[in-house]
Every structure is written in structure tokens, then in C-alpha cells.
Design a protein around this ligand. Sequence first.
Ligand SMILES: [Zn+2]
Length: 292
Amino acid sequence: MRMLSGARKALLLLAAWSLLAASSGEGREVGAAAARAAAAESGAHRLQGPSEETDAFSGVKPKKQSARAKSMSWVTLQKRYPGAFVVWGSRRYRKVALTFDDVPDPRYTPQVLDTLARYKVRATFFVVGQRAAANPALVRRMSREGHIIGNHSLNHPVFSRISLYAMQQQILRTDWILRPLAGYSPRFVRPPYGEITPAQVEWLRGGGYTVVNWDVDSEDWRSLDSNAILINIKRTLQPGSIILQHAGGGAGQDLSGTVAALPRLIKLLRSKGYTIVTLPELLGRPANRKGQ
Ligand SMILES: [Zn+2]
């Protein structure tokens, strides 16, 4: 009996792992399909503004209606939870922050890090826990090179569609993975697709986290070329802006446009008199949670 239950336990574990592997693989494929479908959409998506991230990493693109029903507009959340939910920094200074989501990805993250080092720019990376566990050296490199590490969930679900408890597990398990790599417990959390409920924001605030979305969407997840990415960024750029880009993606997602755009973006921002800063510098808050 003892042996049997042990074997059963092992089988169950094996099944759980293969399920996890299968679902993440499937997620990436669906993600690529969603990206293609979204790319085929008309310009209507662009006009929606920064209400939803559709970076196609998990493939679960939040539906506009249901997401809206559960969550508030970002501007409302920023007003209701000052300092705990952020879409942009102070408009009084010509400072902007570069943020890169869905890292680490061995295909693109090293290239982005190389460019940032060449131009002496420090950025903020929103790390997916499962990806960090698979490529810990890349997260260590980000930290070593002076970049800020943020929490972008364990496997990129739509927070507004999962329970508060499931969302807490996403954050805490990622925190557990990131702590030894970053050397601190990251304060900044970016919910996948920017989707989050007020109750989830409240729990994060209580835990000393700061939720950070963006007011400038490069839309680079659509595998755009560098010209299109720069046009998208210039559209809503202003002092205090938080710029969303990706340095990691799903299978079939091509971020070479992001890599090519980065040196041009840095030169453009500097020519317009902007200083490129990290989120702690833009928001006046440390990279780590209080006391962690
Ligand atoms: Zn993402």
C-alpha cells in the first residue's frame, strides 16, 4: 500500500508537470495566433488607447466587454489608489521610463541589454516568473547591469479573470523566484495586459507593492518594424511617460523591430531633451518593497 501510494504520488506529480509544460506550449501557439489575428484587425484597436495590453504572450486576449465590466479605467484607478496604481509619473519634469515586459527571452533580452549598456541607459524589466526560473542568468544580468526588476506574474494570466487567491499565488511565487536573482523583493508589479481589479490592487497595496501600467504603448508585440514602433511611441509621449515595450515574446512573435528601434528611440528621446530614468527614479519609490 505504501509503495502504491508513493507511486501514485509520483504519477500525479508527473502528470501535473506535463500538464504545465503542455499548457505553456499551447499558450505560446495560441499567443502567436492571437497576435496574427490582432494584427489583422483594423486601426480601431489603436484608438482604444492604453486600456489593454495585448502582448499575446499567453494568448488569452482579454475581451473588451468583460474586462471593462470587472475593472475600472486606469485613470480612475490611479486617482483612487494614489501611489499604488500608476499609469504615468510627474508631468513636471522631462523624464521618461523605458519598461520591457515578458522577459527573460534568450532571443531578444540579451540584445536589448547590449543596446542599453552601449547607450548607458537603465530600464525596468517586468519579469515572468516561469521564464525567470528557466533563464535565471539573464535576470541576474539585468540586475548586475543596474536595471530594475519588476514582477509580471508567474505565467501571464489575465488577473481580472482569476480569483484574488490565484492572483496572490501568481505574485508570491514569482516573488520567491525573483528575490534571490534581483537581491530584493520587487515592489513594482505589472499585471499582464494591464488588467487588474480594484480588490487585487488593494491587496497589492497592502503588501507594499506598486502596480505600474503605462501611458505610451509601442504596440511592438505585433512584430512591427522599427519605424512603426517609433511612430506609436511618439503619438502619446510626454514628460513623465511610462513606455511599454517587450524584450520577450511567444513563439512566432518577432521582436527584432524592438531591438532595431531601441538605439533610435534613445537618440530621439535625448534629442528632445528627455532624461531616461528607471521607475524608482521616475516615481520616487525604491525598487524593493518596504522592509523586504
Ligand atoms: Zn506581458
